[in-house]
Design a protein around this ligand. Sequence first.
Ligand code: SAM
Length: 221
Amino acid sequence: MGAAIVGGAMARLRKGARIWGHPQAREIGERMMLQSDPNLFAIDPPAIFGRRAPIEIEIGAGKGEFIIERAAEFPERDFIAVELSGTIARVLAVRCGRAGIDNLRVARMDARTLVNLMLETSSVSAFHIYFPDPWPKERHVKHRLFTPTLAANIYRTLEPGAIAYVATDVRDYASEIFPLMDAAGLIRAAEAAPGAERTGFARKYVAAGKPIFAASFRKPR
Ligand SMILES: C[S@@+](CC[C@H](N)C(=O)[O-])C[C@H]1O[C@@H](n2cnc3c(N)ncnc32)[C@H](O)[C@@H]1O
């Protein structure tokens, strides 16, 4: 089983490397990627998209199954897909480029840096956070996405009335991270998380009949 998982990850890495080695795909992907700049301390969506529009952010977007569909569905909004893994971010960028949509860009970075430091206060219309790695072992605690600091900065950066959507397949993780969002001052919202059954991971879990734990958190007006 373990060997199968490692084998699958290796195949994905090889696929990512292959795609980026193809000049045409690479050119398409590079156009979708926000360029990393050591002096970049802020993200300015109007400068990126050339217009002022509501901005939605997916954290840990994987290969973009959800965000590409969502961006196509809402052309009047702009979207940033944040992905830490360089290999996955490249596959994601090529897929975004091939989808031919102009309201989506890929940021290859640690979402904690983006949310905690680079986004303006009250500037985000929605966060989508689906199936973040739970990193259950204590020695991996530094990799965990959800902390009180992240929750406080999700609160800070959301526009009043805007929502952060969260889903996980791990019951214990849900019971840890949902209260963190409550404690940050966010209020549980009745709206269903639009990606909870539509991301790449979600589709596999739904097909396998596994439970998904989802919640939506609104910043008070
Ligand atoms: C389990 S996958 C889920 C991918 C996608 N959301 C889905 O549901 O199909 C988690 C993703 O989050 C990314 N990730 C983990 N920590 C991150 C971080 N701090 N910033 C940005 N992306 C992160 C991983 O590289 C991985 O692609």
